[in-house]
Design a protein around this ligand. Structure first.
Ligand SMILES: CC(C)(COP(=O)(O)OP(=O)(O)OC[C@H]1O[C@@H](n2cnc3c(N)ncnc32)[C@H](O)[C@@H]1OP(=O)(O)O)[C@@H](O)C(=O)NCCC(=O)NCCS
Length: 330
């Protein structure tokens, strides 16, 4: 990989989850499931769910306000806002524009980026290119999703997995040797039907018949996605680490997409990552899609598990199919 014109990195990170908590015991009352099944198959204990009046831009805004305050950046210094999401407020306009207006980021360009649950890693990588090239100084990267809005709450095979949340990072120039050291992005559209929302786009418009069949919700081939995830996360992280010449011994911590504890454990084993170096909070949030990596990243920074100078490897996978990794010197 060619050396960047100037190093770019995350100078602050923050997150936000809606107040309402839905526990496995609550789900026991909604579908034929049990706390024991959910915990042993997924590692999830509870998840946060938006209230009726909340949506993706609200969560994104809260996380963004915290991130820019921590970076001591004023809204009018932001050059670009990228929102990674699979649950935008509207098909259009972009959720990023709604955040731009509410933040008062008067100079910022704004767009949404869709790469399934790998969205935050894609967005972070895109942001770093703008900053590295010298084209921009300050990019706000947000991963935000309300999967609860596209979940069939009568389908026990999916509804136990997902939650809502947001994370935001400010990307700026950083000192030499810091920031985004390497990345890996990939996709395989042949797996597009393994994880999708089939209805509501240009191909299959919403009709009463489609709604009656509940085809506007997430559908997933769980076992196939599981196998893909373990392989893709391991291979992608290995590629990104090789590109900047580091080995597992150099890594301070891994932040995997928080979809399922068994997927995280299997990928960690493949990467020879000791358990204490793998950040896990899927128990508290479930799979929050584009928010999952920044939610875990923020938690680990705030509680001191990530310290200045540590090498952090973020790795994710998602619908598309997509995968991606970033190696960051914090
Ligand atoms: C979904 C997932 C947790 C299912 O776990 P699993 O161990 O593969 O379980 P299976 O799908 O084989 O189902 C086993 C049994 O549990 C049942 N089951 C499924 N969901 C259940 C639930 N919530 N509660 C109780 N039983 C459930 C199934 O019906 C099946 O019953 P059967 O054997 O009588 O047919 C797992 O495949 C997974 O996590 N996949 C990846 C999903 C993912 O990460 N998606 C997002 C990507 S960004």
């Amino acid at each position: 990989m060619a050396s960047p014109v100037r190093p770019a990195g995350i100078v602050s990170i923050a997150s936000h989850a809606p107040e309402k908590v839905l526990t496995n015991f609550d789900l026991e009352k909604m579908v034929d499931t049990s706390d024991e099944w959910i915990r042993t198959r997924t590692g999830i204990v509870e998840r946060h769910i938006v209230a009726d009046h909340e949506c993706t831009s609200d969560l994104a805004l809260e996380a963004s306000r915290k991130a820019i305050a921590r970076a001591q950046v004023s809204p009018d210094e932001i050059d670009l806002i990228i929102v990674a999401t699979v649950t935008p407020d509207f098909p259009f306009p972009a959720t990023a524009c709604l955040v731009q207006e509410r933040l008062g980021a008067s100079r910022a360009g704004a767009f949404d980026l869709q790469a399934g649950c790998t969205g935050f890693i894609y967005a972070l990588t895109v942001a770093a290119q703008f900053v590295s090239s010298g084209a921009m100084d300050t990019v706000l990267v947000i991963g935000a999703d309300c999967l609860s809005r596209i979940t069939d709450w009568t389908d026990r095979t999916t509804c136990v997995l997902f939650g809502d949340g947001a994370g935001a990072a400010v990307v700026r120039p950083v000192e030499a040797g810091r920031g985004l050291l390497a990345f890996d992005l990939g996709s395989d559209g042949s797996g597009s039907e393994l994880l999708q929302v089939e209805v509501g786009g240009a191909k299959v418009p919403i009709t009463q018949e489609m709604v009656a069949q509940k085809r506007q919700f997430i559908s997933m081939s769980g076992n196939e996605v599981f196998r893909f995830a373990v392989r893709a996360m391991g291979e992608s992280a290995e590629r990104a680490m090789a590109r900047c010449g580091i080995t597992s011994e150099d890594v301070g911590c891994y932040i995997p997409h928080q979809a399922n504890l068994r997927i995280i454990d299997s990928a960690a084993k493949r990467l020879h990552a000791p358990t204490d170096k793998v950040i896990v909070n899927v128990d508290k949030y479930g799979n929050t899609s584009c928010a999952s990596i920044p939610l875990a990243f923020d938690e680990a920074v705030q509680d001191g598990r990530i310290k200045s100078g540590d090498i952090v490897v973020c790795v994710g996978f998602g619908a598309g199919l997509t995968w991606g990794s970033c190696v960051i010197q914090w």
